[in-house]
Every structure is written in C-alpha cells, then in structure tokens.
Design a protein around this ligand. Structure first.
Ligand SMILES: Cc1cc2nc3c(=O)[nH]c(=O)nc-3n(C[C@H](O)[C@H](O)[C@H](O)COP(=O)(O)OP(=O)(O)OC[C@H]3O[C@@H](n4cnc5c(N)ncnc54)[C@H](O)[C@@H]3O)c2cc1C
Length: 505
C-alpha cells in the first residue's frame, strides 16, 4: 500500500477498523486512489484536509471521537480568502452564503475619543464580503462534500494511537493528545487576570451604531464586541478583568455591556452564554515523522479576531495538495516540509497580531492614536486576501507586473483569468499562465505543461489582471492552493520547467 515507507505509529489502543469507502468513479483521477492517510478529528480543519486529499484520489479515513456533528454558532466568521478557497475546492459556497449574513464594516469606538470605520470588503474578490454563518452549517457542508467524494466521517471513534497509515494528520484541536504523545512542544502564552464572556442574544434596545456592522467598544474597563448573526441575534463578546467561575449569567453579561458602553442594552432569547480564560498556543514543530499537525492542534489563537478556523482551513489547503503529490505522484517528500515552512510563520504572525489587538482593561491603556494607526495599517489583514508566502522555498523568481512569487494568484470576477484558475484549482492541479502575444505565449505554456497531467496550460493576450502593461509578457506557475509559485517572463520556460521538476519530481 502507498508510499512503501514506515507507517505512522503511536503507542496505545487502536481505533475502530471501519474503512472509508474508496472514491467513486466520478472522483477526478489524481493518482487512482493510492496511499492512505488517517485524519484525526472532524472539526473544520480535519474535514477540509480530508476533502483536499480525497478529491485528489488519496485514500483517507477520518475519525472523530464525538458521536455526531456539533451544533451551534461557534466559529462563525468566514473571511474572504477562505470563501475563495472553498469555491476553488468546488464547495457549494452560494448555498452556505444563503444560510448566513455578510458584513462590510468593523466600527471601533476607541475610548470614546475616536470612531474608526474599517471597510473590510475586497472588491476584487469573487467573495467581496466576509460571511457570518454558524459553524454547524460550515461543517455540515464539509461533511456532505466529503461524503460525495466517497469518505464518510467515522463518528464516535476516539483515536489513541496505533492505527497503521502512511500518514496521520492530527486535527484534534488545541488540546491535542497526539501532539503531547509525540513530544511536540506547545508554547502557551496567556492573558492573566482577564476573561472573555459571551452570549448570542437579541438586543433591544441595542448597542449604539449600525447593527449590521461588527461593532467594538474599547474603554478603560476592557472591550465589548457585537457581531450580527444570521438569525437576528447578536453575539456579544466582552473582554474584561477578573476570572469568574462557571458560565456567566445573561444578566452578568448585560450588566457589563451596559457599564462598559454606557447604553441601556437589554438581552433576550439568549444562547451559548460562555466564559473562557484566553490563551494563545503554538506547536514548536508541525511534523514528527509521519504525523502532521493542522489547525488548532498546531496553533490556538484567541477568538476575538475570528481567525483560528480560517487559518486552520488554510493550513489544510496548503498541506492537502502537497501530501497528495507526495503520495499519489511520488513527489519528493521535502515538499511536505514546506508546509511548516510556510504555515508556521503565518501562525506566529497571527498570534503576535492578536496579542497586540487584545484589550481587556488590565494592561496600561493603549494610546488611542496608536490604535487608530495600527487599524489603518493592519485592519485589512484579517480578510487574508493579502496573505502570501514571499519567503517560502517554494516561491521562485522575481516580481513580474504586480505579482511576486508567493502571492495569491489574482482571479478578478468576470476576467477570463478567473475561469482558468477555477478550472485548474477545481481539478486539484497547477496552472501555467502565459501572458503575451501568441504563438510565443502558447508555445511557452505548452512547453511547461508538456508531459505533466496536473498542469493546465492557459494563454491570455491581456495580462492586466497580473498588473502587466500591454507590451509586457509574463509566465506564472500557480500552485494548487492558488498561490503563485514561479514568476518570470515567457523567455523563462526552462526556469519554470526545472521549478516543477525540482518540486514534483
Ligand atoms: C467562541 C469561539 C468563537 C470562534 N469564532 C471564530 C471565528 O469566527 N472565526 C474563526 O476563524 N475562528 C473562530 N474560532 C476558533 C475556531 O473555533 C477554531 O480555530 C476551529 O474550530 C479549529 O478547528 P480544528 O478543526 O482545528 O479543531 P476543532 O474544531 O477543535 O476540532 C477538533 C476535533 O477533533 C476531535 N478530536 C480530538 N481528539 C480526538 C481524538 N483523539 N480522536 C478523535 N477525534 C478527536 C474533537 O472532538 C473535535 O471535534 C472561535 C472559537 C471559539 C471558542
């Protein structure tokens, strides 16, 4: 079976022996169903990983210790880049959107001194606004899509090591036991003396400001956030000093919201009132032999910026194609190591960013002017559209037009480039974009793609989408996760070819 290498093994009890069904005949052929991966944990990240493998024909199982799906809103903000990736994976994003609501503005009241209105829309994206939708719907979409690829979640199957598989993807969440058994360090940094309380409830009278926006009130006693939910409720989340015991009563949350915003808010129809002590955590490495950590098992970040699930899903998309290429196409195993090289720095940056932006009324009060500047500079980072891998070993070449190696490949709505990218990504493979006059552009694309079934040649006369002037040509290799791997000119055909050979064998 599979790669013919020693299999992942942890001491302990074997989990259930149910086998996932094999991909059916409609699964896009990508290696013909080889290899075997065990994904542990059917949260959003484990599910995404399993889809990324299964749609490329890699045999995988996914086990989950819970007896069935979670319910509840939980992680409900899906940022634009995640929506793009869902779309490019072939998921029914429009149906998900119909279950949610979108927003455009984050409005900050900073110590009553400044109001900052941050427009978080991304007009050049096919998904210009972030979506708020209950995590149960997101997970249901993923479970059902995975089933359509022939893999059913094995519910009620706790993993405690010992299953034979070529690779094990640990998507167990922040309290991952496998991570501990593997001896992977977990650096935790807390926010001592602070707590987060939250509830989903109807607010009437409401807090001041636009109820369709995400509103954040920062004051001397901490911060109050309000997020519009699709069912008309709002999620109120309050960061403040103290520890508290047990889940907060709705009255406690209401009283804090009143005291901290000065408005006579009232709450009704409450759900999910909840208290947490917050911490950030990060694994000191993402791989141990045949075991790979993804999502919260690799990095846990406080929920106030709504990034944990999004970042984890992007881990899964980054890892999925690499693991599939190693298993199904015998690409060099070093490709898998680029997963940590690319994704861990993203998590480190995220943890730093959330630490800077968290305010719970205990540290010396932030300077409002500095906060305004920080928001102006970093506010849009959260959409994850601008996230790239400029320092990755997989990013080769120089800036051409407006694109640097490692950047997200643009796919502006309505532009033929977008349809080409979607075609390549949905097939799970690469695209070579050749911009310029033919026959030179066609010849370059054909040469780079020759003999490589996973590389789709695409030729366009107009490279404006990539920032090329009408007289400029360009040659770009776009990876299966939608990032530019190689950027050059049409004359760089040999460079692009050896890039692929080095990476994929
Ligand atoms: C209140 C709240 C709001 C949030 N809001 C947002 C948001 O808006 N946007 C955002 O991006 N993030 C948000 N987050 C963070 C987000 O919930 C997490 O980052 C995300 O759920 C991580 O997904 P995961 O799949 O890595 O882990 P999890 O969702 O924790 O899933 C791990 C799964 O593994 C299973 N498991 C564990 N061990 C085993 C085992 N040994 N065998 C079998 N199964 C096992 C668990 O039962 C669990 O189902 C929020 C978090 C909280 C708490």
């Amino acid at each position: 079976m599979g790669t013919g290498v020693p299999r992942g093994h942890l001491p302990g009890v074997e989990c259930g022996s149910t086998r996932a069904r094999q991909p059916d005949a409609s699964t896009p052929a990508y290696g013909g169903g080889v290899g075997e991966v065990l994904v542990v944990g059917a949260g959003p990240v484990g599910l995404t990983t399993a889809i990324e493998l299964a749609r490329r024909g890699v045999r995988c199982r996914i086990v989950e210790r819970r007896p069935g799906p979670h319910d509840g809103t939980r992680a409900c903000t899906i940022w634009q880049r995640t929506l793009e990736l869902f779309d490019l994976m072939g998921l029914p994003v429009d149906r998900l959107r119909a279950l949610g609501t979108t927003f455009r503005h984050r409005v900050y009241d900073i110590f009553g001194a400044h109001e900052v209105v941050l427009d978080v829309s991304e007009p050049d994206s096919a998904h210009p606004e972030p979506l708020i939708v209950s995590q149960e719907h997101t997970e249901a979409m993923l479970v059902s899509h995975l089933a359509s690829l022939g893999v059913s979640v094995e519910w009620g199957v706790p993993y405690s090591g010992g299953v034979e598989a070529d690779w094990v993807v640990v998507a167990e969440g922040a309290r991952s036991a496998s991570r501990e058994r593997l001896g992977i360090g977990w650096a935790v940094s807390g926010f001592p003396g602070t707590q987060l309380v939250q509830v989903d409830a109807r607010c009437a009278p409401d807090l001041p400001g636009d109820p369709a926006a995400v509103r954040l009130f920062l004051g001397p006693a901490g911060s109050v956030g309000s997020l519009p939910l699709p069912d008309g409720r709002h999620r109120l989340f309050i960061s403040r000093p103290g520890s508290g015991v047990g889940d907060p009563s709705v009255e406690e949350i209401r009283d804090w919201a009143r005291a901290m915003t000065g408005s006579p808010v009232s709450l009704s129809d409450p759900r999910y009132n909840w208290r947490a002590k917050l911490y950030n955590g990060i694994a000191d490495r993402y791989r141990e032999g045949r075991y790979l950590l993804v999502g919260d098992a690799a990095h846990a970040v406080i929920p106030v910026n709504a990034q944990g699930m999004n970042t984890g899903i992007q881990d899964a998309v980054n890892l999925g194609w690499k693991l599939a290429a190693v298993i199904a196409d015998k690409a060099p195993e070093s490709l898998v190591d680029s997963y940590e090289a690319e994704r861990r720095p993203v998590a480190v940056g995220l943890l730093e960013q959330t630490r800077r932006s968290y305010w719970a009324g205990t540290d010396p009060a932030p300077d409002p002017d500095t906060m305004v500047q920080l928001l102006a500079r970093n506010g849009k980072r959260r959409t994850l559209i601008g996230m790239g891998y400029p320092s990755s070993p997989l990013s080769v070449g120089a800036q051409v037009g407006s694109i640097r190696p490692g950047d997200r490949a643009p796919y502006p709505p309505g532009n033929p480039v977008a349809a080409g990218l979607a075609q390549a990504m949905r097939a799970g493979g690469w695209a070579v974009f050749a911009f310029g006059p033919s026959p030179a552009a066609s010849a370059a694309a054909a040469t780079v793609a020759a003999g490589r079934a996973r590389v789709l040649p695409l030729v366009f006369a107009d490279g404006a989408a990539y920032g090329l002037r009408p007289d400029e040509d360009g040659l770009f290799l776009v990876r299966p996760d939608g990032h530019v791997g190689f950027a050059g000119r049409l004359s760089d055909v040999d460079g692009a070819g050896s890039y692929l050979t080095t990476l994929l064998g």
